[in-house]
Design a protein around this ligand. Structure first.
Ligand code: AMP
Length: 193
């Protein structure tokens, strides 16, 4: 099994590049943002609660997200490996993920961090807001999401860096250029399927 975290701030291209990775390497994609938006649109109890945080650009509480991830991993016992997109976003989530994978006798192999300057992030997210229909792609909420990233999420990089698993990639080029950098790293572990 090969398990990868695609890491980076909002707007760094995690969702787009996850799709490219899934198409090339056939990993199972787990995006907590997508899972939460699905809960919101179905108006489940979890979704109604999560929305309060998402609309303010704040992180949803760890226990909610960790529970969701755990059942998603269990749903896909045949996966070649997982790509985690937008998770883990706190040190507590990272520690919980390490434990969940250890329980399945596997681990995170590689963490690819997409590095993009802040002004480019804001530009991309505002652009996306015009078409995405996402209620959190407004200037006010974008600013809060980036702030939350610096306050709680950026430390997750240090967690994996300490294990020698973190690779920082330049993420401000075009989609194809960034994907090439990504494949150069993944190819060291796994061949396209
Ligand atoms: P994303 O689609 O990854 O940008 O996530 C959109 C929103 O969903 C975030 O601003 C958070 O409110 C929430 N969210 C997504 N993933 C997580 C996570 N791992 N932990 C906490 N909140 C999350």
């Amino acid at each position: 099994m090969f398990n990868l975290i695609l890491f980076g701030p909002p707007g760094s291209g995690k969702g787009t590049q996850s799709q490219n990775i899934v198409n090339t390497y056939k990993l199972a994609h787990i995006s907590t943002g997508d899972l939460l938006r699905d809960e919101v649109s179905r108006q489940t109890a979890l979704g109604v609660e999560a929305r309060k945080y998402m609309d303010q650009g704040l992180l949803v509480p760890d226990e909610v997200v960790i529970g969701m991830i755990s059942s998603k991993i269990d749903d896909m016992p045949e996966a070649r490996g997982f790509i985690f997109d937008g998770f883990p976003r706190t040190k507590e989530q990272a520690e919980a993920l390490d434990k969940l994978l250890e329980f399945k006798e596997t681990s995170i192999e590689l963490v690819l961090s997409l590095e993009v300057p802040e002004e480019e992030l804001v530009k991309r997210l505002l652009g996306r807001g015009q078409t995405s229909g996402r209620s959190d792609d407004t200037e006010e909420v974008i600013t809060k999401r980036i702030k939350e990233y610096h306050a709680k999420t950026s430390v997750v990089a240090n967690h994996y860096d300490a294990f020698g698993k973190l690779v920082r990639l330049k993420g401000d080029g075009d989609i194809a250029a960034t994907f090439k950098l990504i494949t150069q790293e993944i190819d060291k572990y796994l061949q396209p399927a």
